[in-house]
Design a protein around this ligand. Structure first.
Ligand code: HEM
Length: 427
């Protein structure tokens, strides 16, 4: 895809939802223009219409669009913190920041404690056992649709695998998968009318979905207190060898984070991976010719190409200079990973989809720093195993419809994508 620079710098309004609905080449062109002419560009605070809760007035934010600047800011949590909110441009009330998304919205020493407890519980033995199950789960997903010849890639192929993995991990029963799926769609949808219906304000829908997930987790935690199992929930609520455990409130926040951070992102990487291989069949053929050999670079190229998380926020803690810009305490910055991942200063031919790309220092999982994606290893595995299984079992799978994109400036989501293949028997 070649970027289309039809918008001038002054026409690029990242606060306008209309901008996020523009064709992809125009959007890529706009970020190219920002990187070239104003890589740390100021935008006023976005306006939330008819907000049902009182939001503090904000002073706007800076869009950081070059790879080097995103990396530099991520490396310095003491200069650019997360605890004022990492996933919302608007300053949300403090209880909400903490409740929604837990550790991603914290700084040291709190972040180090939470990350230590979770990393201890997420130990190599547990990760190995999940990884061993990914192949079987991927085959089950394909068994469910392989005789049909026609699928909605997102709903039938990409969504079920990460959902089952996160739910299994946390001990969520299969009967609640639908509820978890619905709530995570609402939390990340930014009010997309397919997920937030009727007259409900997106903020109310968001709070209600969070409360539903919390209630579900509280039930599971209460059961696991008396009946501990091999799952992550049991490991998190029972004190580890250092006597550390999560409180029930922290567990609920962590669950919301996992369900949103680990589910939608992986789902979108898989859907974008199938779409990109349909648009660039010569790349698909290369992968099919060397399925094992090309998988490691192919997966990272798909994450770079998809950039499922468009940005994360940080807030300056003091006066500090990045590039030639001096930030003041309280200034908000949005780290545009999606733009950093097309930066021509770092990537050769950044607008081409090249499954053998190596090196590939993309920032799809965030840049090096304390918040680097906790699930990157698991996500790479899920995307690689699922796409390999599709190459083996449905080799002529190809997207035949236009992608129906999520209306969001935060998640690069595809809600639906029709694809066809030659029907084949179940295993
Ligand atoms: C392709 C899939 C994925 C992508 C693109 C992705 C992307 C990201 C990004 C951009 C961040 C923020 C990094 C930063 O602020 O520096 C993040 C954080 C996080 N991710 Fe992922 N993620 C993916 C899959 C997963 C999975 C499968 C899990 C869990 C099983 C997960 C759990 C987390 C957690 C817990 C954090 C917060 C870490 C912290 O604050 O210390 N992610 N991810």
């Amino acid at each position: 895809m070649q970027p289309n620079q039809q918008l001038s710098l002054d026409q690029i309004d990242l606060n306008d939802m209309g901008f996020w609905e523009l064709p992809r080449d125009v959007r890529e062109g706009a970020f190219l223009t920002l990187r070239q002419h104003d890589p740390i560009r100021y935008y006023p605070e976005p306006i939330m219409e008819d907000s049902p809760i009182e939001l503090p007035a904000g002073n706007g934010y800076y869009a950081i669009t070059r790879h080097a600047d995103v990396a530099e800011i991520s490396r310095h949590p003491e200069l650019f913190c997360s605890s004022k909110g990492a996933t919302s441009v608007l300053d949300l009330p403090e209880e909400m920041v903490e409740y929604f998304a837990g550790m991603i919205n914290t700084d040291n020493p709190r972040h180090a404690r939470l990350r230590r407890i979770v990393s201890n519980a997420f130990n190599p033995r547990m990760i190995r056992s999940i990884e061993d199950s990914i192949g079987e789960l991927a085959d089950e997903v394909i068994d469910d649709i392989c005789e049909r010849g026609l699928v909605d890639v997102t709903v039938d192929l990409a969504a079920p695998l990460p959902l089952k993995i996160i739910c299994d991990l946390m001990g969520v029963p299969a009967s609640a998968y639908g509820e978890v799926f619905r709530c995570s769609n609402i939390i990340l949808s930014m009010g997309d009318p397919e997920y937030v219906t009727g007259d409900v304000h997106p903020i109310i829908a968001f709070i209600t979905a969070g409360a539903e997930l919390t209630a579900l987790m509280e039930d599971i935690a209460a059961h696991k207190m008396d009946n501990p199992g091999d799952d992550l929930t049991s490991a998190l609520i029972h004190a580890n060898i250092d006597g550390e455990a999560l409180t029930h409130g922290e567990l609920a926040s962590f669950f919301i984070l996992l369900v949103t951070a680990g589910n939608e992102t992986t789902r979108n990487a898989i859907t974008h991976g199938i779409l990109a291989q349909s648009l660039y069949p010569e790349q698909k053929a290369l992968w099919q010719a060397d399925l094992e050999g090309l998988t490691p670079t192919a997966v990272d190229e798909i994450v770079r190409w998809a950039s499922p998380v468009i940005w994360m926020r940080r807030t300056a803690t003091t006066t500090t200079t990045i590039g030639d810009h001096e930030f003041q305490e309280g200034d908000k910055v949005l780290l545009y990973y999606a733009s950093a991942n097309r930066d021509e200063a770092v990537f050769e031919d950044p607008f081409s989809f090249s499954l053998a790309r190596d090196p590939n220092p993309h920032l799809g999982f965030g840049a090096a720093g304390p918040h680097f994606c906790l699930g990157a290893h698991l996500a790479r595995r899920e995307v690689g195993v699922m796409l390999q299984a599709l190459h083996r079992r449905l080799p002529d799978l190809v997207a035949t419809g236009e992608p129906d994109y999520l209306r969001s400036n935060f998640v690069n989501g595809i809600k639906h994508l029709t694809a066809e293949f030659t029907p084949t028997p179940r295993r």
